[in-house]
Write a protein that binds this ligand. Sequence first.
Ligand code: NHR
Ligand code: GAR
Length: 224
Amino acid sequence: MSISPINGTRAQIRTVILISGSGTNLQAIINEVRSGELEINLCAVISDRPGIQGLERAEQAGIPTRVVDYQKFEQRADADTALGRELESTAPDLVILAGFMRILPAEIVTRYRGHMLNIHPSLLPKYRGLHTYRRAIEAGDSHHGSTVHFVTAELDAGPAIVQYRVPINANETEASLAARVQQGEYLIYPRAICWFAEGRLRLYDGDVWLDNHRQTQPAILNEL
Ligand code: NHR
Ligand code: GAR
């Protein structure tokens, strides 16, 4: 067998990916699993809405998909509860937010503490929340980027693991900057997931630990 199966062996960590959109980060992860570079068991992809390209990517790869359609719930809390149940039913060792656009309630975040990662398009702690590219350009920053971090209840405030960093060029637009930053996301997210899968990456005592060393700063990869 030259291609490793997408639903891996028992030894591999059970991984669930949450998406809301195009799923290009999901695709980057699928590609690494396919090539054998990343040994995880991709158990499920869960979306907060139907009809998105990320769901098609998962189906193409043979990964089971679930949709918790937030719009169909009158109460946000009921949607969150439904999502929590779906997650629980997949018994994940690792939950990956890949362009997931719903703020998660504390119950879910606490349940998977140390087992949930997000990629956020800024050099955290700068620019938590939305519209990060615009905010960085308007502020006249010299650099922007993206951060993989452990998820905690406070939005985009969990300990940072690795960052991809790019210079902001003259005449930069949101689109041109996003395109370059996203290329880096496809490098750093699979890498962080690999560290976790190999048991090298941990959240302990409120900090990131890599190879048994407490990280005071995230690892940084500069634009190639
Ligand atoms: N949940 C918690 N508790 N903590 C984090 O750090 C989270 C999280 C859920 C998602 C991703 C995050 C990002 O990387 C993320 C991190 C959604 C919003 C948001 O405002 C903000 C940040 C992130 C994701 N969502 C609106 C909401 O009401 C809806 C926006 C929309 O649908 O367009 O949930 O940036
Ligand atoms: C990614 O660039 C990610 O950093 C960002 O959304 C994009 C998802 O793209 N995440 C957030 O803004 C989280 N609120 P994708 O669906 O093609 O992977």
